[in-house]
Design a protein around this ligand. Sequence first.
Ligand code: V47
Length: 385
Amino acid sequence: MNAHKDTARFATIAAKVRAEQPLDLDDGVFLYRYPDLLAIGALANERREALHGDKTFFNVNFHINPTNVCVADCKFCSFARLEPDAPAAYTMSIDEVRQKLVERMDQPVTEVHIVNGLHHDLDFDYYKDCLRALKALRPDIHLKAYTAVEIHYFAQKYGLSYEQVLTELRDAGLDSMPGGGAEIFAERARRKICRGKAEAEDWLEVHRTAHRLGIRTNCTMLYGTVETLEERVDHMLRLRELQAETGGFQTFIPLAFHADNNDLAKLPPPTGVDNLRTYAVARLMLHNIAHIKAYWIMIGIKTAQIALSFGVDDLDGTVQEEKIYHMAGAETPQALSRVDLVRLIREAGRVAVERDTLYNERWVDDGAALEGIRIDASLPFSSEA
Ligand code: V47
């Protein structure tokens, strides 16, 4: 490779970014291969600051995974159990789901993130009743529930259209959808890691339908399994195309593969450089998606903090009770408090903004003292300050 020519090509891409021209597949692959990580990071940071200044968003949420029984046999998954009587398989009753929120009634949680396995034997009412039970307890809480793969499965299983499934769920309390299940869109890679579940076009069509119904959604990409760099950039471009059509995606979340306890266990995990590069390339490719979110659970708190200078403006979240990654070997804590989050955002030289799920600002850090507050404090701000 000619280093001089590379620098010239990078400068051309930087000029495109500054002129707000969309990058193409070759540009994205070039950025992935360009050795100067800090130059790519700085360019992504320019975009991040142009969009959000120093603001770094987080929210106070927790996860419920009502069942891990799943008919899909995704090679990367450590969470699912194919049979209901397999070791560690579980399905919560509606009351158990409800209890998860009852336990947190004194906490300032604004969002519940709900994802399930594809259960072979539950009625559609189960999924609606989960939502209803949570809304009955806290009508103001935002339910970000069910991935496009689940919606596709419900449509097939219960003989409904995507629109019917989404409308019924919305009537029961669904407010927005998480971005899971996208994995990697390229057919070649998808066949190897998640054969037999919703195809790329199905995933995109569910999100298209949700956006048409006014339901905002997130989008993700699982990276570090069998995909090529071209396939990663292709994935981002397909999301960008749908976003140009609907404008319904709120944030893009790259998901670094975790290898424990699944069929891909022999693969090495994505490196720190790969993680940072992926965030930066995503910020540069996805000019029409407002936010790039780092899921600290997967890449670790330290890398998440550095990612705030590589295009990331959004951190997920207080989380609590995460299962999907901890069953796949994530060694991060189970939750961060608001104080933890504000501290690590401040230390990165940014301004913490607590948001709701739809990115309305609830609280902006004014730099008031956090001194004397334990880093592991998990009380609401009002009692901490
Ligand atoms: O679809 C599963 C991924 C996704 C592994 O929308 C794995 O705000 C790495 O989508 N290693 C589910 N990744 C989680 C998800 C998500 C997470 C945080 C926020 C949001 C949001 C969405 O997790 C799955 C799959 O792509 N996944 N197993 C694993 N071993």
